[in-house]
Design a protein around this ligand. Sequence first.
Ligand SMILES: Cc1ncc(COP(=O)(O)O)c(C=O)c1O
Length: 428
Amino acid sequence: MSLAAVRRAEAALLIPTYDRLPVLFRRGRGVYLYDDQGRAYLDFLTGIGVNALGHGHPAILRALKKQAGQLLHVSNLFYHDHQAALARKLAKISGLDRVFFTNSGTEAIEGALKLARAYARLNNANGRKPKWRILALDNSFHGRTFGALAATGQAKYRAPFMPLMPGVRFVKFNDVRDLERQFDASVCAILLEPIQGEGGIQPLSAQFLQRARSLARKHDALLIADEIQCGLGRTGHWFASEALGVHPDVITVAKPLAAGLPLGAILATERAARAFHPGMHGTTFGGGPLACAVALAFLETLERERLLSNVRRTGRYFRGRLEELKKRYDFIRTVRGAGLMLAMELTFPGKEIVKQALAQGVVLNCTHNTVLRFLPPYIVQPRHVDKVIAVLDSIFRSEAQAERRPRAKPRGALEVSLDVSPRSASKP
Ligand SMILES: Cc1ncc(COP(=O)(O)O)c(C=O)c1O
């Protein structure tokens, strides 16, 4: 089918939850995606942080083929070869003890929230005061299901679906005093992203995370690090919380875990994990043999090819090049992030920049309206970065030449300056 035919069919048949960009991808190889016309695109989004080894990595294909020929699915009522091996590996890299496998990020969050409530019930059995409150952060994103949504600190996602799970309170981002004010004995868990992803690549301060750690300990609440986007090597460390010197009680992971297949996990300390016993939680698909075999191949490949150091090295190079652009264009407000989880905040909406980049063969994304988000694969090299920088530079140059862009404005004044002249007039 052609792109036009696919678009027509989807418009008629799909529940309209996505505003897709007009490209039909047919295959991928390494850092590149190819569309139905055979045109190559540098993939600096990787399915929003999923294809961390790029496309068609031989180790992933080998694991896929081998396992697909043996066994695709078996119920969690039985054993298979790969869950324990993968759990052992995840425990080793996280320093945590036990694992529950899920199909997605939001499902890992749901399970972690249930674990926190069960943990509080178990350990607060004689407590006179209820202990069921969950703290989450303003501007966070934890997923689309009801529990994860209830803990997502952005009203636009929650509002259409109220009422949600009760008991969540939001703490101001990086505000230690607000954290201390809200963290009391009624709290059973604090859920946070060490680097907020969808919220615009916003790093949590070490001070905030460490204070959350000590308050959780004091009140026997669980510190849950949502590392679904920032974990499993994305920052050049196995986990972003580890880089900030903090050991959570629970870590949730998903996106890159099975290199493109759906798989997530809850990693927990022995003490936290003991709150679940058989029958309290489960899933049909989570932790199936195919996804687990591929996830093992993914983690082994990261080590064998020393990709965490490539993430740090190429991430530093990429960041430096983004900073160069910032010096040249005053509508670039900030460059931030860690490793290969980087962002460039503009003084105007980034959607049109994303479209222009796509037209020039670069896949990236805009989040939080004004933030260009870059999540390239861990195999990316400086030469790929240079191409992306050249494309951004040419787009920004025509933006600047057209003099349509307001000069950088302080936060809060932005809303009024967003209404720039019509895009149609902007084509060079
Ligand atoms: C930090 C974080 N948590 C949770 C989720 C939800 O994951 P999923 O889309 O796999 O349900 C996402 C997805 O973007 C995420 O970035």
